[in-house]
Design a protein around this ligand. Structure first.
Ligand code: FPP
Length: 246
């Protein structure tokens, strides 16, 4: 029986973030190249986006390429960029058909020009969609994001656009790449690693963390349902006591 039936529809997470890990190991197990694993990983992306839309999850953020991933072999980076371009080209229609807004977080300037301009095009052409927001983190690093926010805020203080005493959490939120997103409710990482790897450090302050041994290409809709059912069984106290919550 599918776990989908166990999900309580009116309390699904508002924002799910996923560290998609294990493409390389999945391919290695099959004596295939890492590229083969990334291609299979892309199929998982499609399935999980579809499942989130079906469950009416408003925000899904996927870690697709970190600031540290530039250290990978050039050929692998080239393949990932090509795969991204191909996928965007292929999925634009389907994003619009399914009323999904596409966004990116991270410093896009370092990506190949063709990729950057295509990312911007897809974001623009889907900007009015409102069923779900799909965000890809590309050349993203949370510390870099925070440094960037501090620089912009500092500049505004210098130019008297904001006073030092008015800097609070909401001001910081507004200057992060994720200013349009609510905090993460559920963070999933596949492949058995239990690390955050510089992903959304500010935004996961109260997130529930879910780690699974499944490698990303094997992560199915059913695995997502399992994570959400698990999330819904947890008590989120946000610093309060159990009695206060109940
Ligand atoms: C992690 O597996 C995956 C990545 C660094 C890239 C993520 C890319 C995809 C899921 C496919 C493409 C997606 C889009 C949206 C076009 P890994 O390579 O770190 O695996 P390993 O830890 O087993 O080596």
């Amino acid at each position: 029986m599918s776990l989908k039936k166990e999900i309580i529809n009116d309390s699904v997470p508002k924002h799910i973030a996923i560290i998609m890990d294990g493409n390389g190991r999945w391919a290695k197990k099959r004596n295939q190249s890492r590229d083969y694993g990334h291609k299979a990983g892309k199929e998982s992306v499609n399935k999980i986006v579809e499942a989130c839309a079906e469950l009416e999850i408003k925000n899904l953020t996927l870690f697709a390429f970190s600031t540290e991933n530039w250290n990978r072999p050039t050929l692998e980076i080239d393949f990932l960029m090509k795969l991204l371009l191909l996928s965007l080209n292929k999925e634009l229609k389907s994003l619009n058909k399914n009323n999904i807004r596409f966004k990116t977080i991270g410093n896009l300037e370092k990506l190949p020009k063709k990729v950057t301009s295509y990312l911007k095009k897809v974001a623009k052409e889907t900007q009015d969609n409102n069923k779900m927001t799909l965000t890809l983190a590309l050349n993203y690093g949370a510390r870099e994001e925070i440094v960037n926010a501090i620089q912009v805020i500092g500049d505004k203080v210098k130019n008297n656009l904001i006073s030092l005493k008015n800097i609070d959490e909401s001001v910081i939120n507004q200057h992060l790449y994720t200013h349009y997103l609510p905090d993460v409710d559920l963070l999933i990482r596949t492949s058995g690693e239990k690390r955050i790897s510089n992903f959304l450090l500010w935004q996961i302050a109260y997130a529930e963390l879910y780690f699974t041994k499944k490698l990303w290409p094997d992560f199915s809709k059913e695995d997502l349902y399992k994570a959400i059912v698990n999330y819904q069984k947890r008590e989120r106290r946000f610093g309060k006591t159990s009695e206060q919550i109940n």
